[in-house]
Design a protein around this ligand. Structure first.
Ligand SMILES: Nc1nc2c(ncn2[C@@H]2O[C@H](COP(=O)(O)OP(=O)(O)OP(=O)(O)O)[C@@H](O)[C@H]2O)c(=O)[nH]1
Length: 597
């Protein structure tokens, strides 16, 4: 028997923009007259029955055309990425539809942009809730009022301010490639993004938000929402949790079929598929019936999609958040499910042994998203795994550090750093980057890499000697002092000279060290090709060691050449290379190494 299930809805957006407040408001939604059904609390989700939506809608019902066949709406209780952390097996995220909350007074923020990117990548349809309209100056608050009723009560100025802020939002969406509009001005919901102005705190606009979600789900997701009620259940793990008296349990959103209390399930574990028999299916007890916090759940015999349920079963300690849950009724089905789950996990949890970064994330889905982003940036991965950052991860990064310091790091998305891991990382100088915005996390890492490279370059630059070829002016007039130190006028023929470098003659013999360089009246730290300067040479006597008109070379070591050629290649210009070649010729008279330069 086929039936349409509730759409699964996730709420996301930037921190503090009001996701939790909106979910709380929806959880408390109650219409006069209990017969409407009220709200059903699931594990990890809240269900708004369609009767409740209809009652709330009142005359707004005309916002959608035709009959609503959905049984209701299932909101995932945890706001944020978590709802998008399932693997892509179903060609998207766990959520069928999303509500993107944007504080209308703050506009787009980093997590807003990241949320939009996630929605775009997963092709998840979404509605925008432009929140906190009650903060607009002079706004008249009427709890739970539909926006279209509430707006009429506002004075001209408040209305105008809302309008301005909405246009700012619309502009931002346009920049990201979306055509957006206030929901009641949208002509075509497949092409335009609907923005519902709301106040999550006071419930203003929430009726329209619910009505629109229902209407759009019905219209555009109907096929996707058709399920075979009697079919074996499929779901996604939202959370793996220890419960007193129950051991390790998994909180699962079932999106297909029916799960029975004596089913065998297959779920994803760290490096294996876990096959286990359900011990109990649990749902939350109504709040007013909880007398002892240890007994917060009621047992049920079965659950049909869409629903949130807690599963107690042996062997779930290693289960991974974000992994699929598949019910199997025969050996064959178990085998098939195992293969499916394993291949999905192995595409994400990897250990390549390559020289690359170590990656940790809270769930399989977020790990997949982070890894993908790194791959797009051609940052190699050594290991990608789910869980907090452990000492083993730091050791893994440490093993890479010697070979390629920039990859000797751990990147963690939405995870904690274990204490011992922190200690080792500090002691051994392994950088750990953590965050809850993927692109920000990668940006932080990239900025660090850039900083390290610059630091290294600066160090090298301060140590290495650049090649230079100079000629003493032939005229005796440019010999300003003959010795202690000798001071002569020269021209830099190729390359550059700096104080501290040693000069050698055409035959390779050492002459002395440049003590200082004077350009007209100023002492300088460098003179480049074409510059005419006076230099003081310690250790040389004009007439004995050096002569007017003579060509001299900056002495280089083999190490200088290796560093210049390998690490500072970009710092050398044409004239440096010419100087290097000229110097190599001089040096090659004594050492064949220089012939290859
Ligand atoms: N005035 C007003 N304040 C609001 C509204 N919605 C949320 N707030 C306030 O904004 C703050 C943040 O709201 P939350 O719901 O915690 O935001 P969030 O997006 O869930 O934040 P995180 O869970 O930390 O990501 C709280 O102090 C709320 O009371 C609203 O519509 N109007």
């Amino acid at each position: 028997m086929k039936r349409i299930r509730q759409p699964i809805i996730a709420v996301l957006g930037h921190v503090d923009h009001g996701k939790t407040t909106l979910l709380d408001r929806i959880r408390k939604t109650n219409v006069a007259g209990k017969e409407a059904g009220g709200i059903t609390q699931h594990i990890g989700a809240t269900e708004v029955p369609i009767e409740t939506v209809k009652q709330l809608a009142g005359p707004l019902i005309k916002l959608w055309k035709g009959e609503i066949k959905l049984p209701g709406l299932l909101f995932i209780d945890t706001p944020g990425h978590e709802a998008f952390t399932s693997l892509r097996a179903r060609g998207g995220s766990l959520a069928d539809l999303a509500v993107l909350v944007v504080d209308i007074n703050e506009g787009f923020q980093p997590q807003t942009i990241e949320s939009i990117e996630i929605l775009r990548k997963n092709r998840t349809p979404f509605i925008v809730a432009a929140n906190k309209i009650d903060r607009i100056k002079g706004w008249k608050i009427e709890e739970d009022e539909p926006f279209l009723v509430n707006i009429k009560k506002q004075d001209q100025r408040a209305q105008q301010e809302l309008e301005t802020k909405l246009w700012e939002l619309i502009g931002k969406f346009y920049e990201m490639g979306f055509q957006a509009n206030r929901f009641d001005r949208v002509q075509n919901f497949t092409r335009e993004l609907a923005i519902v102005p709301i106040s999550a705190k006071y419930g203003i606009g929430v009726p329209e938000l619910l009505v629109l979600i229902a209407g759009l789900s019905q219209k555009y997701l109907e096929e996707k929402l058709k399920i075979e009620v009697e079919g074996p259940a499929r779901g996604t793990i939202l959370e793996v949790r220890e419960e007193i008296g129950l051991g390790t349990t998994i909180d699962v959103i079932i999106y297909d079929g029916t799960l029975h209390k004596d089913d065998t399930i297959v779920v994803g574990g760290k490096d294996k598929a876990i096959v286990t028999k359900i011990r109990a299916l649990l749902k939350p007890k109504p709040l007013d019936e909880i007398r002892d916090p240890r007994f917060r759940f009621d047992q049920v015999d079965e659950v049909t999609a869409a629903a949130g349920v807690k599963i107690a079963a042996p062997g779930l300690e290693e289960a991974l958040a974000g992994s699929p849950v598949i019910a199997a009724r025969s050996e064959e089905e178990v085998e098939k499910a195992k293969q499916e789950i394993l291949s999905q996990i192995q595409s994400v949890v990897i250990s390549t042994g390559k020289v690359g970064v170590t990656v940790k994330a809270d769930t399989l889905g977020s790990l997949e998203a982070l890894s993908k982003e790194l791959q797009e940036k051609t940052i190699p991965i050594r290991k990608a795994d789910v869980g907090n950052i452990s000492k083993t991860d730091v050791m893994e990064a440490l093993s890479v550090k010697d070979e390629e310091p920039k990859y000797g790091v751990v990147l963690g998305f939405n995870v904690k750093v274990n204490e011992d891991a922190e200690e080792v990382a500090k002691a051994r100088g392994v950088p750990i980057f953590t965050g809850n915005i993927i692109y920000k996390l990668i940006e932080d890492y990239e900025a660090w890499v850039k900083g390290e490279e610059e630091k290294k370059k600066r160090e090298l630059l301060s140590k290495v000697t650049f090649p230079g070829v100079i000629r003493l002016y032939p005229d005796e007039r440019y010999v300003f002092r003959r010795s202690h130190p000798a001071i002569v006028g020269i021209e830099v023929v190729e390359g550059r000279i700096r104080p501290g470098v040693t000069l050698i003659k055409q035959n390779g013999q050492k002459v002395g060290v440049i003590k200082s360089i004077k350009n007209r009246n100023d002492f300088v730290q460098e003179a480049k090709k074409g510059e005419a300067v006076a230099i003081a040479i310690e250790g040389a006597i004009v007439g004995r060691h050096i002569h007017p008109g003579e060509t001299l070379y900056v002495d280089l070591t083999k190490n200088d050449v290796v560093i210049l050629a390998k690490q500072l290649k970009n710092e050398l210009d044409e004239t440096d290379i010419k100087a290097l070649k000229m110097t190599a010729k001089v040096k090659a008279q004594e050492d064949p190494f220089w012939r290859a330069v």
